[in-house]
Design a protein around this ligand. Structure first.
Ligand code: XMP
Length: 316
């Protein structure tokens, strides 16, 4: 198959997939979990073009999304593209289940299971759904086949959900998905979005998640991204983590125990190895000053400039 490298090739692919999806789906309905990530967003935009109202998108807010993400999903898909979108505010439910849980794998399991439960509950409220749309892409299939990782999009539907799959981008590589996303009219900050783990900010709020520290991660991360976005070219991935540690600071002449916001920006091809990216001193100072002044609970900013290996990209 020819690689999709231009708007013309993307349009040809879109036309071909619209016809294929219409043929597969007929007059039945398709359900899609729309996270706001590149892959599910491109599938949603494609399916809206192909089958319009027969697509039902479900966006689950698990409370671990970055600042502005749920709002953007609603704005782009519901308001601009006219999607049939169900927004589920499951923040209390997820954070309740995660309260007091410090072990990273247990946190992941809780988030994964809860996600499937919420999604299945929403699906059971709907009538006449026969298909499940998925943003599976080619590397997901390759990695699953090689046994590298059991990708969440491959190898099984949530139990009890008896759907046939609609996977229109399953033969595409990530760069092709982006070209198709552009051609479908999705905004650049969705199409060129940096990778973001499924368990979201949960892996960056290490140890047991508390609402105040989670809010601090979200706010500090938004400031950091805003400042790093001014650098050209932007790094492959850049984010803030806040470990569950407090240290002494001083405020109004008194001891002020606060968290340390850890900033991290890396460059990589495949995330297997990664190099820390140089950040200019003036940018670092702006980031430090803004995070400390604007984010309650933080009294230090640390720069993690470790390479992978030995450090992983995430702090989890
Ligand atoms: P590490 O921390 O292992 O991360 O160096 C490598 C890359 O994988 C991303 N990551 C995930 N991506 N689901 C994803 O889709 C996940 O559960 C997940 N966990 C980590 C991480 O952000 C980095 O880019």
């Amino acid at each position: 198959m020819e690689r999709i490298t231009s708007p013309e090739l993307a349009q040809a692919f879109i036309d071909e997939q619209i016809a294929a999806v219409r043929k597969q789906v007929g007059d039945k309905k398709v359900l899609l979990a729309l996270s706001g990530g590149v892959d599910s967003s491109v599938v949603a935009a494609l399916l809206i073009k192909a089958i319009g109202d027969q697509l039902v998108c479900v966006h689950v807010n698990h409370g671990l999304l970055r600042k502005g993400e749920p709002e953007q999903v609603i704005r782009v898909f519901k308001e601009e593209l006219g999607a049939n979108l169900i927004y589920v505010d499951a923040v209390d439910r997820f954070l309740g289940k995660l309260a007091g849980v410090a072990d990273p794998e247990t946190k992941r399991k809780i988030i994964g299971k809860e996600f499937i439960d919420v999604f299945a509950e929403e699906a059971s409220k709907l009538e006449g759904i026969k298909f499940l749309g998925q943003g599976t892409i080619y590397p997901d299939i390759l990695e699953s086949k090689d046994g590298i990782k059991a990708h969440h999009n491959v190898g099984g539907l949530p139990e009890g959900l008896d759907f046939e799959l609609v996977e229109p981008i399953k033969l595409l590589y990530k760069d092709e998905v982006r070209v198709v996303g552009k051609a479908l009219g999705l905004p650049d900050n969705m199409v060129y979005r940096q990778p973001f783990p499924g368990p979201g900010l949960g892996v960056r709020c290490t140890g047991a998640i508390t609402r105040d520290r989670l809010e601090a991660v979200r706010e500090a991360d938004a400031i950091f991204r805003e400042e790093i976005d001014k650098i050209d070219p932007t790094p492959w991935q850049y984010f803030v983590a806040i470990p569950d540690v407090k240290s002494t600071g001083i405020k109004d002449g008194k001891r002020y125990m606060g968290w340390a916001a850890v900033i991290r920006a890396v460059q990589t091809k495949d995330a297997v190895t990664a190099k820390s990216v140089e950040i200019p001193w003036t940018t670092l100072c702006t980031i430090r000053d803004r995070i400390i002044a604007e984010v309650p609970g933080i009294n230090r900013v640390l720069w993690d400039f470790s390479d992978k290996p030995v450090a992983t990209i995430e702090w989890e």
